[in-house]
Design a protein around this ligand. Structure first.
Ligand code: FPP
Length: 257
């Protein structure tokens, strides 16, 4: 199928180049329907597909989805196994849609924690999509921000001990170069579904100047209409990045990949 032309909605203000989403409320949505929690995760795949496709067609540069946190391993075994099987299925079945929409897929997190079969399909999908010219879809998998910072710190210390970097030269830019993804610009907009007002250990370093949008809608019901509402809201934000002039660029953006 040919790629759809990019149609960026114009709400008369800024448009986010990078959107990050905390996809919450799958369990609550399912329970509200009288279903078991896992049906919420299943239905949530439909939202992942629709939001990824819409973002790609609107010309969003990067979309980061919090799909599985380091803390999620603490959930009951059957739920974790179900989520892993859904992820594997997604990585296989969505290849066509990703290719049709020119989307590159990349994972961030402690990827080596994933079951071997999931890891294999992840690497295959990353490899297949790596030269696509469109949006970057980042899946945060076995991801935790504190873990990411601890991993980065360990690497910094090791490189300093090996004489590869000088301790006195370590600054913000150095730290960024040791995070899981060194090239993607920070998110402009962070969306959280299902109403909770917390960050849940997600991209703590990267969202220093990100705009937040929280909606009561649960993830399985977050579709194009809800995405457009978030984009409309974002268009009305005045971003100052700690300065006084609205709409100025942040002090530094990461290199584009
Ligand atoms: C939170 O809902 C959601 C998750 C823990 C995982 C999100 C996973 C999906 C949307 C499906 C798999 C995704 C991919 C990309 C394959 P919750 O269970 O915490 O909901 P609750 O707060 O209502 O209990």
């Amino acid at each position: 199928m040919a790629r759809q032309p990019i149609a960026r909605p114009d709400f008369g203000g800024p448009f986010p180049e990078h959107i990050a989403i905390i996809m919450d409320g799958n369990g609550r949505w399912a329970e509200g329907q009288g279903l078991r929690r896992v049906f919420g995760h299943k239905e949530g795949i439909g939202s992942v597909r629709e939001i990824t496709t819409e973002c790609a067609r609107m010309g969003v540069g990067s979309l980061t989805l919090y799909a599985f946190s380091v803390e999620n391993w603490k959930r009951p075994g059957p739920e974790v196994r179900y989520l892993m099987s859904l992820l594997k299925k997604f990585l296989i079945e969505e290849r066509r849609t990703l290719m049709d929409n020119g989307v590159r897929l990349r994972a961030i997190g402690r990827i080596s924690d994933l079951p071997a079969g999931v890891l294999e399909e992840l690497r295959r999908t990353e490899e297949l999509t790596k030269d696509n010219p469109g949006m970057l879809l980042r899946l945060a998998l076995s991801y935790g921000s504190r873990t990411e910072l601890a991993d980065a710190l360990r690497h910094v210390v090791r490189d300093a001990k090996d004489g590869l970097i000088a301790v006195e030269d370590v600054d913000e830019e150095t730290l960024r170069d040791y995070l899981y993804d060194t090239t993607t610009p920070d998110p402009d907009l962070l969306i959280r579904t299902a109403g909770e007002m917390r960050l849940s250990n997600f991209l703590l370093w990267q969202i220093s100047y990100t705009e937040f949008y929280v909606t009561d809608v649960c993830w399985p019901q977050f579709r194009k209409t809800e995405l457009l509402a978030a984009l409309r809201d974002f268009a009305g934000r005045k971003r100052k990045f700690g300065g006084l002039i609205a709409d100025v660029a942040p002090p530094r953006r990461a290199k584009e990949s």
